[in-house]
Design a protein around this ligand. Structure first.
Ligand code: FES
Ligand code: FES
Length: 141
């Protein structure tokens, strides 16, 4: 039945063929790693971004989610969404937009929240790393 097929079509597609699954080198100065958990169910999502220093945009992104299908689909979708975006743009992604795109039912809203939190956490980590590693004014400069 077509209405059944369209119901979770996007969730299913992202769940069965998740995009950008994997790991980036977290020691790379241009990589930010976000690790978040959902208190509601104990699921965990790790999402990493690699930032292009020159353009300030996200040039690569990878995730690993230990969680339900909706969480996997949300993270897969969000990786497609943030690629090519600036950090500011990425920070504006709302879980409600993810949930809407994937037609998640209300009980699965927290799964998309995980994806929003993971992006925020990755950006935060990236920025913190840059602050720490940025060369300070030494005697020679
Ligand atoms: Fe644990 Fe979602 S409740 S997988
Ligand atoms: Fe917990 Fe989906 S992330 S049920």
């Amino acid at each position: 039945v077509s209405s059944v097929r369209s119901y979770h079509e996007k969730v299913l597609d992202h769940y069965q063929n998740p995009r950008n699954v994997g790991t980036l080198n977290k020691n790379d100065i241009n990589v930010g790693t976000g690790l978040v958990g959902a208190p509601a169910c104990g699921d965990v999502m790790r999402l990493q971004i690699q930032v292009d220093e020159e353009t300030g945009t996200i040039k690569d992104v990878k995730f690993k989610t230990f969680g339900c299908g909706s969480a996997i689909a949300s993270s897969s979708y969000v990786t497609e969404l943030v690629k090519g975006k600036t950090l500011e743009e990425a920070l504006k992604i709302k879980n409600t937009a993810i949930a809407k795109e994937l037609s998640l039912p209300p009980v699965k809203l927290h799964c998309s929240m995980l994806a929003e939190d993971a992006i925020k956490s990755a950006v935060k980590d990236y920025r913190a790393k840059r602050l720490v590693k940025k060369p300070t004014l030494g005697p020679e400069s």
